[in-house]
Design a protein around this ligand. Structure first.
Ligand SMILES: [Ca+2]
Ligand SMILES: [Ca+2]
Ligand SMILES: [Ca+2]
Length: 443
């Protein structure tokens, strides 16, 4: 058991959790600034996570170059394909890409996804900021063209799910144009969900613009090092406010963290958060409990949650504090992926010694085990709720095992690792002392 909480048990104990239209689809926001050097925003986030005390927030594809030096570049096809694999294992249904123009460089991960041979494993949606229209970076028709992609996420029998970050720089006529164009090309009436209405009365503006549902990008108005539970309470209050007070349809948002301390220490021209703008990071089980709450809310409120959808913040806001994508293996690695898998898929790992959840049993799993040893149950091969020497022995026995492509429930075993290899890996781990050389092999 990777977490105490098990969704299967939850289902048995919660007779009210009956889905009239199946379990909800679970999406997660992507913010793709992890471009490596040469990009202004990429350089800023690289600087945010360079100090040693923030290396535990680095994505799995980062390279630690020194005590306070890192390089974070997620813009390779191999990294994207690995991300798709992790998201699929977690049981996520779609990524909601924040749309960026090609001039920004922040479009690269979206392009890598669209070109991936594994694209059909996870759907996608778009989050559009109103400024993209007012600045002429995307036209109504270009946006609507995205709906033609067979992987574009739909709700309510084929309506393309479209998020707008805000309505600051657009008019109701823009949305009429988007709807008319989509219907004309045969992709239906988009389900337009607004995350932020910066001016005017929320319900009045919502109705004037004709939005279909309300959601949020993230809950950001709690801070000062409060526990994660205070953020969870704010989220749930917002769902009920949309529903009970305003009478709107809702896509419940699940904020998985809000920890701006990397940006507070390294303010930049793009962001300079207030010194109290952070909440204690969530444990994996706090995240999955919150996800389960949202799933329950959808089941309890079928009218407001008509789209049968929830949205998580975020896949990869690593330096803002909301991330689900794996970290480096010695810093928790795939612990959040494993926890989500327990809740959303209802099964554990298919190969017990594959602690890093990438389908093979190798040195990355040993690095994850070393980071979890004595601390948590994220490398718990024998299911007794801890990470200890017994779990290491399972890893050792399974070393070299590769998950079968044809069936995730079977695997092929290969011989044990040689003594020489074990000594080499042990030496790597002893010498690691924060910087990770093993993660390099993922890039
Ligand atoms: Ca592995
Ligand atoms: Ca164990
Ligand atoms: Ca044990």
């Amino acid at each position: 058991m990777r977490t105490v909480y098990c969704f299967v048990v939850y289902l048995i104990l919660s007779p009210s959790l009956v889905f009239s239209q199946g379990a909800p689809d679970v999406g997660v926001i992507r913010w793709d600034a992890w471009t490596g050097p040469g990009n202004a925003v990429g350089n800023e986030v690289n600087a945010s996570l360079s100090p040693n005390q923030f290396h535990n927030k680095l994505p799995f594809y980062a390279n630690v170059l020194g005590e306070n030096s890192v390089n974070i570049d997620g813009t390779t096809q191999a990294t994207m394909d690995q991300e798709i694999d992790f998201a699929t294992r977690a049981g996520l249904d779609y990524w909601a890409f924040i749309w960026y123009p090609s001039s920004s460089g922040l479009h690269q991960s979206r392009e890598l996804y669209l070109n991936s041979s594994r694209k059909s494993d996870i759907d996608f949606s778009l989050v559009v900021e109103s400024v993209r229209f007012s600045s002429g970076q995307i036209t109504h028709q270009q946006l609507v063209n995205s709906f033609l992609d067979p992987s574009y996420q739909t709700v309510l029998n084929g309506r393309p799910l479209l998020y707008f970050f805000d309505n600051r720089d657009i008019t109701p006529a823009d949305f009429s144009s988007i709807r008319i164009r989509s219907i004309a090309q045969g992709t239906g009436d988009p389900y337009i969900t607004i995350m932020h209405i910066p001016e005017g009365d929320f319900a009045t503006e919502f109705n004037t613009y004709g939005f279909d549902a309300a959601s949020r990008y993230a809950t950001t108005w709690v801070g000062d090092g409060e526990p994660h539970s205070s953020l969870v309470a704010q989220d749930a209050g917002q769902w009920n406010w949309f529903d009970d007070s305003l009478g709107l349809e809702v896509i419940p948002h699940v904020t998985t963290g809000w920890d701006n301390r990397p940006r507070i220490l390294n303010p930049s021209p793009f962001w300079a958060p207030a010194s109290n703008s952070w909440v204690e990071p969530a444990t994996p089980s706090e995240i999955t409990d919150h996800v389960a709450d949202a799933v329950q809310w959808v089941a309890d409120n079928p009218g407001a949650a008509a789209s049968n959808n929830i949205l998580l913040y975020a896949w990869n806001e690593f330096d803002e504090g909301g991330s689900l994508a794996p970290n480096l293996p010695q810093f928790g690695g795939t612990e959040r992926i494993a926890a989500l898998r327990n809740v959303l898929v209802g099964t554990g790992n298919t190969i017990q010694g594959d602690f890093f959840l990438d389908g093979t049993v190798d040195g990355l799993d040993l690095a994850q085990w070393a980071g979890d040893h004595g601390l948590n149950a994220s490398s718990d091969a024998d299911g007794d709720g801890d990470t200890d020497g017994s779990d290491f022995l399972t890893w050792q026995r399974q070393f070299g095992t590769v998950e079968s492509v044809a069936s995730s429930s079977s695997s092929q075993a290969v011989p044990e690792p040689s003594a020489v290899l074990l000594v080499t890996l042990a030496g790597l781990l002893l010498g690691m002392n924060r910087p990770c050389v093993l993660a390099h092999s993922l890039a």
